[in-house]
Design a protein around this ligand. Structure first.
Ligand SMILES: *[C@@H]1O[C@H](CO)[C@@H](O)[C@H](O)[C@H]1NC(C)=O
Ligand SMILES: *[C@@H]1O[C@H](CO)[C@@H](O)[C@H](O)[C@H]1NC(C)=O
Ligand SMILES: *[C@@H]1O[C@H](CO)[C@@H](O)[C@H](O)[C@H]1NC(C)=O
Ligand SMILES: *[C@@H]1O[C@H](CO)[C@@H](O)[C@H](O)[C@H]1NC(C)=O
Length: 422
């Protein structure tokens, strides 16, 4: 039924394994989705919107050796998680902007050690994010985070840190609360999050519970106007994509079907593999950015890995570690690596083309440093006190998004340093 899955990139001996695995997923998928999304309110329904199939890991050199240093001053992405006794800048009690599913402390996560680490590059010091200094620098500026639910996860971290100085005011949201904008009135600073999981034009056939009735229709030669329309209005942009490309989809170019990925056999379409689509879409997005007249600063953030262990998202995979791991201790999963390699191929190249063109595009590679934080996910604590009534309750784990406060607060330390050291 899906024999051609990943044909482009998988060595033959992996094929059967994948096929078997996908059949299982196909059967379990719908049941899981209904179960999983059932209880979510409209505001937060797209939370774990892209549980994705991953199983095979491959032996690879440590990720960091694959990353080209691209920062002039310091390779911020080559470093270690070091103890940070002072802990996070905010908690669930000081910040009311944390979405329920990422509010691990409020949801009763018992351990606290995961809060007391910060990222330290090997080549330079990295001061903790200074919200006062940031807002002073950002007077009259507009920021946007563009991408999927991890971008939404990220924006909350920024907002909670900045809220130490001034409480942001929500000034816009769309119907489903997927796109939002906040203002910091004293600083005339604005922060937006724009929901565009593919960055290219997509028709998604999912109901509010995330149950899909048909394959995504993806136009690999058209951009999603949701972000391109406003692109020049933002001084700073953090753009990202990735995981949604793993979904079943039909690929179009010039309004003509090229083929599909993991689509129903009744369609009689050529399986092209998601890697085909991801590379094409990413090239197209990069091309738009490179040839734009954007005068500010654009960060492309790498997609970040999940940490389901002893299983996957649909069959009891967990993430119950309580401390960071060391480099090389855990391999990035096979499908994640495919996405990542495409990003490593396309984005740094685009960044240097952009620079020749007067466009400031920077590659921020949070994937490898995030891989070292299997302790940073909500796990069962995506729900409020999941074991209160029954110690052995079967609970869905979220090992994809990040607890707030949590490791992604450190992403902002790096972003701030790159902004301030411009
Ligand atoms: C606020 O910032 C916007 C740009 O984001 C600018 O156009 C506007 O003039 C600023 N307002 C004031 C009062 O400075
Ligand atoms: C797009 O399709 C139209 C008609 O379907 C065709 O005339 C045109 O040449 C195509 N363009 C490209 C770039 O393939
Ligand atoms: C599927 O496509 C092949 C080749 O394009 C064609 O020979 C075959 O008749 C098609 N089958 C159906 C059911 O459309
Ligand atoms: C973590 O989960 C695994 C099952 O995935 C279990 O065997 C182990 O006991 C758990 N560890 C803790 C500390 O709960």
């Amino acid at each position: 039924m899906r024999t051609d899955y990943l044909k482009q990139s998988l060595p033959l001996n992996h094929k059967n394994l994948f096929l078997k695995f996908l059949m299982t997923i196909f059967c379990l998928g719908l049941a899981f989705r209904i179960l999983f999304f059932h209880s979510l309110s409209p505001q937060i329904s797209p939370v774990l919107e892209s549980p994705f199939p991953e199983k095979v890991t491959v032996s690879q050199p440590p990720i960091s050796s694959l990353v080209q240093p691209h920062s002039e001053k310091c390779d911020y992405f080559n470093g270690d998680w070091v103890p940070n006794p002072s802990g996070p800048l905010y908690t669930d009690e000081t910040c009311d902007l944390i979405e329920a599913h990422q509010n691990c402390l409020k949801n009763g996560r018992p351990d606290r050690e995961f809060l007391y680490w910060r990222w330290l590059p090997r080549d330079c010091d990295l001061p903790q994010f200074d919200p006062q200094r940031f807002l002073n620098t950002m007077r009259n500026k507009a920021w946007a985070l563009i991408g999927d639910s991890i971008s939404r996860n990220h924006v909350q971290s920024l907002l909670c840190i900045l809220a130490k100085v001034e409480q942001p005011v929500l000034v816009y949201h769309d119907e489903e609360y997927k796109c939002k904008s906040w203002r910091f009135p004293l600083y005339n600073f604005s922060m937006s999050v724009i929901w565009s999981p593919f960055l290219v034009k997509a028709a998604i056939f999912e109901d509010i519970n995330g149950v899909s009735s048909s394959e995504v229709e993806l136009h690999l030669d058209k951009l999603d106007s949701k972000w391109t329309d406003q692109f020049l209005d933002f001084d700073y942009i953090i753009i990202s994509t990735g995981k949604w490309f793993l979904k079943s989809a039909i690929y179009y170019e010039n309004d003509t079907i090229l083929g599909c990925h993991s689509c129903s056999s009744e369609r009689n379409l050529t399986e092209l593999g998601f890697n085909f689509a991801y590379r094409k879409a990413l090239k197209f997005v990069m091309n738009f950015i490179v040839s734009s007249n954007h005068k500010g600063l654009i960060f492309f953030r790498t997609f970040t890995p999940d940490h389901f262990e002893n299983g996957e998202w649909f069959n009891g995979g967990t993430c119950n570690r309580t401390t960071p791991i060391k480099e090389g201790e855990m391999e990035m999963k096979y499908l994640s690596k495919i996405l990542r390699d495409i990003e490593l191929d396309e984005v740094p190249k685009a960044a240097s083309e952009a620079s020749n063109n007067g466009v400031n595009l920077k590659f921020v590679d949070f994937a490898s440093l995030s891989l070292l934080r299997p302790d940073g996910h909500p796990g069962p604590y995506r729900q409020y006190h999941p074991f209160e009534k029954d110690k052995n309750a079967k609970v869905q784990n979220d090992c994809l998004h990040w607890c707030l406060p949590g490791p992604i607060d450190s992403w902002n330390d790096i972003i701030m340093e790159m902004v301030v050291n411009e």
